[in-house]
Design a protein around this ligand. Structure first.
Ligand code: SAM
Length: 296
């Protein structure tokens, strides 16, 4: 039995640039799923608490949302986003505003985590399955969705959830794997978890978040994914530090397996605009096929 740390609390980081990148892509994937009438299922293996109070001490102590979602909302409100990026970001920003209960021009006091964001896109026959291992966070999450028949909250290990809940009865859907990367082997578990899940439900779209600290680790991840034999894998990255320090978060990465058609082009417009709107003067937005289709 390996003892794993469980110190990570997302409340300190909600709405930061990494969350913005991850959730903006998630909203695009969910929007595409709603384009067809057949019901879909979403599995979120590391769900967190669902939504986050940006006025609480955890959030105000780090101030991370001010550098992320609040900045992006200011740019959107000022009309300074390029039209294609504004269109791509619209589903995300309207879901954020709807969950946060704010209108254009007001700062946000509450931010949706992936569960509340995904819930905003469900139609009446779609389902959301959530796994969260931290006992307190799982209880909080259960409270958020109590009485909601379309959402199942499980206090369980997210890696086990891939076995327990895949494939669902729906033919279409999305799996978000968003671990805290507290343990040294989380990259190994990510690759193994994807292989297992893809074997069970090959037609789903998968979104895997990873932190960018050491560039070599990201390249190694891409190499391992390319070697996995999974046919359609798109890697997206948003970085903001160039100085080579490895002891902090220098960027945010999302691996997309089976991304919807032309999402690579949409992301190729959205991510550079996000990089600029968040005021980054270093780093880059990058979209690259690791396996399968290539950008022309
Ligand atoms: N997906 C959330 C969002 O976008 O709003 C944020 C998730 S946060 C990065 C990672 C979460 O995983 C934390 O809430 C942590 O308690 C939880 N966690 C850690 N290890 C886990 C495991 N083995 N299985 C499920 N959840 C886990």
């Amino acid at each position: 039995c390996i003892l794993r740390p469980m110190n990570y609390r997302h409340a300190f980081h909600a709405g930061n640039p990494a969350d913005v990148m991850k959730h903006a892509i998630l909203a695009l994937l969910l929007t595409r799923l709603t384009a067809k009438p057949a019901p879909f299922a979403v599995l979120d293996t590391h769900a967190g608490i669902g939504r986050y109070d940006l006025t609480a001490s955890e959030a105000t102590r780090t101030g991370e949302a001010a550098l992320g979602i609040q900045r992006l909302l200011q740019a959107a409100d000022a009309g300074s986003l390029p039209p294609a990026a504004a269109q791509a970001l619209a589903p995300y920003l309207s879901a954020v505003r709807a969950v946060g209960g704010t209108t254009v021009g007001e700062p946000l006091t509450s931010y949706p985590g992936s569960p509340c964001l995904a819930r905003a896109f469900l139609r009446q026959d779609d389902r959301l399955i959530l796994a969260e291992l931290h006992p307190e966070d799982a209880q909080t999450l259960k409270g958020v969705f109590r009485g909601d028949r379309q959402v199942a909250v499980h206090h369980m290990d997210g890696w086990t959830a891939l076995k327990a809940h895949l494939p669902p009865r729906e033919k279409r859907g999305l799996v978000l794997i968003d671990p805290p990367f507290e343990a040294a082997d989380d990259f190994d578990r990510l690759v193994a978890g994807l292989a297992l899940a893809h074997g069970r439900w090959p037609t789903a779209t998968y979104a895997l978040w990873y932190p960018i600290k050491d560039r070599a680790v990201s390249w190694h991840l891409h190499q391992r994914l390319e070697d996995s034999g999974i046919p359609k894998i798109l890697a997206t990255e948003l970085t903001w530090n160039d100085d080579g320090r490895m002891d902090r978060l220098n960027g945010s990465g999302m691996i997309l397996v089976n991304p919807p058609w032309q999402l690579d082009e949409t992301l190729g417009q959205m991510l550079p605009a996000l990089h600029e709107a968040l005021g980054f003067t270093q780093g880059i937005a990058h979209v690259e096929w690791v396996a399968g289709e290539r950008i022309a």
